[in-house]
Design a protein. Structure first.
Lengths: 116, 111
């Protein structure tokens, strides 16, 4: 069964910590995405990547960075976690490269991050 | 600019009632794709349907049906004879070079 796996389901971190959220997909997809989901705001795109070692800013990149050293792995990094980064983080992947997304996303189960 | 609007934030229905979730979109692209996803309490978004802009035929899958109308830029989703297992957050989305999601509609089906 193809899937997107996020390493942690629940995570609690302290303010100021550096936090790594890991996402791995086994579908050989070109595109990978990080979203955060907050009540009333829906899904907001943080960063995405069309290929290894490339990255593009989404709508809310501030306070985040990403790394894609291998095609199957896309990591989201919170350089210095803050309480306003408490959220549900969703990783997704898709085919399509830069030409567009036609077949939809496959999502991971999400990581619920709490920053205290 | 591309945008998806789901005006209904929360809906509650009693089991076996029919319910329609609204989705209105904006795009300047002539070719685009529309999607619906379901997010149950477990958190993972589950794909329900994909529709391209050239296919305006309505689609039915069991208790689910979708009404795509380009003239009103709408892609509404109807659940017939709702069940408690339908309780979830439902997202409508539009593609360009990324997904544009609506803010979601939280559906609660009361037994």
């Amino acid at each position: 069964d193809v899937k997107v796996t996020q390493s942690s389901r629940y995570l609690v971190k302290r303010t100021g910590e550096k936090v790594f959220l890991e996402c791995v997909q086994d579908m050989d997809h070109e595109n990978m995405f990080w979203y955060r989901q907050d009540p009333g705001l829906g899904l907001r795109l943080i960063y995405f990547s069309y290929d290894v070692k490339m990255k593009e800013k989404g709508d809310i990149p501030e306070g985040y960075s990403v790394s894609r050293e291998k095609k199957e792995r896309f990591s989201l990094i919170l350089e210095s976690a803050s309480t306003n980064q408490t959220s549900m983080y969703l990783c997704a992947s898709s085919t399509g490269g830069e030409t567009g997304i036609i077949y939809g996303y496959t999502f991971g189960s999400g990581t619920r991050l709490t920053v205290v | 600019a591309q945008k998806v609007t789901q005006a209904q934030t929360e809906i509650s229905v009693v089991e076996k009632e029919d319910v329609t979730l609204d989705c209105v979109y904006e795009t300047r692209d002539t070719t685009y794709y529309l999607f619906w996803y379901k997010q149950p309490p477990s958190g993972e978004l589950v794909f329900l349907i994909r529709r391209n802009s050239f296919d305006e035929q309505n689609e039915i899958s069991g208790r689910y049906s979708w009404n795509f109308q380009k003239s009103t830029s709408s892609f509404n989703f109807t659940i017939t004879a709702s069940q408690v297992v339908d309780s979830a957050v439902y997202f409508c989305a539009l593609t360009g070079n990324q997904f544009y999601f609506g803010t979601g509609t939280s559906l609660t089906v009361i037994p």
